[in-house]
Design a protein around this ligand. Structure first.
Ligand SMILES: Nc1nc2c(ncn2[C@@H]2O[C@H](COP(=O)(O)OP(=O)(O)OP(=O)(O)O)[C@@H](O)[C@H]2O)c(=O)[nH]1
Length: 393
């Protein structure tokens, strides 16, 4: 599946670069074009892979290239004011090759959390291709403003995209590591998961032909219907003894059956590990609306039986009848399983964010109710009326 990548804010730009790096290292081809949008000049200057012509500084008139300082309302305002500058760069993309847009942002800061939903809305207005979001949730110890930004931005972002893929920084921190300390490592992990998923079907680079190809429409259909998605991944080395021509010719039917049995068991256990291990956004697997399973590796290791068994197992685990699957043949010493769970509903971290958002909204209502009650009271008493109105004139 061919993507146009738009990174908003610092995290957005860095994750987009990690995806481009994965593409280059793995020798695959799924990024049509990539750009970065920021309110901070320094963050744009820190990027390596995205060319200057694809870096857009927004909000210069308001913040002079110094960033919005975690103010996500300001982030949203400047993105709306300068959306045309971003869209004119997207206009130069080879959009006829693009299957979907992916707007990437950290939801804790100001630029990404405010700007990404605004830009996603504009892209959906102008293009017929789906616009997906990749939202990164802040660590819980990053401070109240980060959590509040994420709580506010999350729902808006879900509403503005065709599907929101989510990565929770908290779930990926290693013990003793600060949130920022492990970003390079976690960005690489995230890029690997997304890279395998989105480059499946774009198999020309590795030559092999898949028996059951994962084409762009499989991914689009899995993500259709909106909501929130999460990704699981597991891989294992395959050290098959190299057989000479003679031993290959003398291979018996029993050998074949044993080999396939081993490969099928390996696939089954990989898919379980991918699904029940660490997801990009930890959640209950049961209740997922749709799922897609991609098996990547040497064709001989991608067992049909294992794939079918795993799909049935995923149907039982998720309770969904919409479980798609396909292979991604490649020359490799590893077999990998990627499981995309779409439309997940039982997500503790999202429930927590919803609670924060509701409380913040209640606080705002209470404050405005108190001030309007105070104003009414003042307006009822004649002398106070003067006090209340005077400052306005
Ligand atoms: N996974 C991951 N998270 C990151 C990375 N960089 C920052 N974050 C997280 O993203 C959130 C937002 O940070 P930034 O992207 O720096 O903020 P911004 O959108 O540029 O907004 P402002 O700096 O307020 O203008 C924070 O919760 C960070 O923890 C990264 O490279 N990887």
């Amino acid at each position: 599946m061919k993507l146009a990548l738009i990174g908003v804010g610092q995290a957005g730009g860095k994750v987009v670069e990690a995806l481009c790096e994965y593409e280059a290292k793995a020798g695959v081809d799924f990024v049509v074009d990539a750009m970065a949008v920021n309110t901070a000049r320094a963050d744009l200057a820190g990027l390596d892979r995205i060319p200057e012509s694809r870096r857009v500084l927004i909000g210069q008139a308001r913040v002079k290239g110094h960033g919005v300082g975690a103010d996500n309302e300001l982030g949203a305002e400047v993105a709306a004011e300068d959306a045309d500058e971003v869209l004119s760069v997207v206009d130069q993309f080879r959009t006829h090759e693009v299957d979907a847009f992916l707007v990437v942002a950290g939801l804790g800061g100001g630029t990404g959390s405010g700007g990404a939903p605004v830009l996603a809305r504009e892209l959906r207005r102008l293009y017929t291709e789906p616009v997906y979001g990749l939202g990164i949730l802040p660590g819980q110890d990053e401070g109240g403003i980060y959590t509040l930004n994420a709580a506010r931005s999350f729902k808006t972002f879900v509403d503005e995209v065709d599907n929101l893929l989510v990565f929770d920084n908290d779930a990926w921190r290693q013990s003793g590591e600060s949130v920022s300390g492990g970003f390079d490592r976690t960005n690489e992990e995230l890029a690997r998961r997304l890279g395998v998923l989105f480059s499946a079907g774009e198999t020309n680079a590795r030559g092999a032909v898949a028996e059951s190809v994962v084409d762009a429409s499989e991914i689009i259909n899995t993500l259709a219907g909106g909501g929130v998605s999460t990704i699981g991944f597991a891989s294992t080395a395959v050290n098959r003894p190299k057989r000479g021509l003679l031993s290959r010719l003398s291979k018996t039917a029993d050998d074949e059956t044993r080999d396939d049995g081993e490969a099928a068991n390996r696939v089954s256990s990989l898919v379980r590990r991918a699904t029940l291990g660490r997801l990009t956004l930890p959640c209950e697997v049961a209740g997922s609306e749709r799922a897609l399973l991609v098996l990547a590796g040497p064709p001989a290791e991608i067992s049909r039986r294992g794939m079918e068994r795993s799909r049935r197992w995923l149907e039982a685990e998720t309770g969904s009848m919409e479980v798609r699957g396909g292979d991604y043949p490649m020359k490799s010493g590893h077999v990998a399983a990627v499981v995309l769970l779409a439309g997940v509903t039982d997500v503790p971290r999202v429930k927590e964010l919803q609670r924060v958002a509701i409380e913040a909204q209640r606080d705002m209502h209470e404050k405005s109710a108190t001030s309007s009650a105070k104003l009414q009271e003042l307006l009822r008493s004649g002398s106070a009326e003067q006090d209340a109105l005077e400052p306005l004139f």
